[in-house]
Write a protein that binds this ligand. Sequence first.
Ligand SMILES: C[S@@+](CC[C@H](N)C(=O)[O-])C[C@H]1O[C@@H](n2cnc3c(N)ncnc32)[C@H](O)[C@@H]1O
Length: 518
Amino acid sequence: MKDNDTAVGNADMITKPLHTLDHIRKSFNDSTDRTGRAQMGQFLTPATIARFMSSMCETFPQEVRILDPGAGAGVLFAALVDALISRKNRPLSIEVVAYETDSAILPFLKETVKRCEALCTSNGISFRGIVRHENFVSDAIAETSDSLFAVPGTRYTHIILNPPYKKINTQTAMSKRLYAAGLEVANLYAAFVWLSTRLLEPGGGIVAITPRSFCNGPYFKKFRVAFLGMVNLTRIHVFVSRKKAFGDDDVLQENIIYHAVRGLRKAKSVVISTSDGLDFEKGHTQSVPYSRVVHPNDPDMFIRLGLDAADLGLAERMKCFTSSLSKLGLGVSTGRVVEFRAREHLREPREQGTVPLIYPYHFEYGFINWPIESGKKPGAIVSSSETADLLIEAGFYVLTKRFSSKEQQRRVMAAIYDPARIDAGLVGFENHLNYFHKQGKGLPADLAKGLALYLNSTLADQYFRLFSGHTQVNATDLRKMPYPTYQQLLRLGGHVKEAMPDQEIIDAIVEKECESRG
Ligand SMILES: C[S@@+](CC[C@H](N)C(=O)[O-])C[C@H]1O[C@@H](n2cnc3c(N)ncnc32)[C@H](O)[C@@H]1O
């Protein structure tokens, strides 16, 4: 199918609904304001992506039932209808159920349904389009819950969706309803995918475009376990450059597209493709064993996406680091001092009866620099029986920042807490930090230095990004990283003197350590 969106004749408007959908998207975007759209999670899919998503569908029954939850102007189901009727083996009938809560977009949606109807009729296919101006989440919970009051409804052969993206506030009625239905999710998009999957008939296929943040991290674990338990993941498409998937809508999340088939049998492999933005034609595709995407014994069921040639090379280079935190006898935990809970105990440095409280702003050249006079945050915490649980014995610790902005070059940033530089018997680590320790206490000095150098290497940072789609650096993610052996860490630590070396030198040291082993 050629992109011909600018020259659309009247006949085409009926027979080729997709040709007009980018116009609808544009006129809707022009007639509504961007902030309002962002608040509603209303990022409409460009027709090119919709077509690409439809091309992933694998099942072609005679009677097709399509669900598009959060349908917007209907581009996704229209693309799927178009793809199905363009096949040699056309279905006999197509039914589309489209959910949409926003009244402003309904006229556009109804228009798309009409066009699909015209298209099907002109091709001799019976068509029924149902627009539900209702909350998909409530309906889907009612239809799929195990309770006696469940209303069993239609099951679908195809589900195609670009759901709304919105953090779920735990205090809302929506969140309580989801929780009561056994759906613990951090973001609305995951609730949509989860509920949709429940509505698939066995053998039916779901294709979704969502942020990739669900692929790892603790907040989406329940979703991953439930989703991967219900389906057979067949395809994943990764956008290798950011912000391009939705063009004019400034979406910060990284998106992925995935296709899965409802059923318990697991495929041996997953087809993974990448493209730079919307340039699907020039993309890279490869088949990867399922066990490499979701490791068989991984209780967290991370979905690992690191896959193109450069990434595979990276994974290959990381093989020189064969150890793990548990083998090293080390642990990593999140800083215990949550500012707003400990507010009454926070003080200025050097006040009587206080100990250092370390924040990310104390990172300087790979070490902790404390106190900083101009620090905006308190910098110290009272040491008392009330704060005893928040403090730990002074020693060598490696700290990493939990949050980085997308603009920052590195995601993993590490610094050493050196007890010789800070005169204190106890210390508090603020909650925006993770700290590496040995059974809750400090590490040997050279080991800490080696660990910080390794974490600050480009190799470790890039590897981390491979399987982490979001900007947070969670302790769970850090536990999953491969690490150098004890001896390697000691050797690496020998290179850290008064300050962390420059990036190029760190990378050369780490590279050399790999070579000497190989
Ligand atoms: C990200 S947009 C995508 C729209 C369309 N699927 C597309 O790809 O262009 C998500 C849509 O879901 C709608 N929506 C948000 N919450 C909803 C809910 N609870 N039930 C049904 N639709 C909802 C929004 O109004 C918005 O149009």
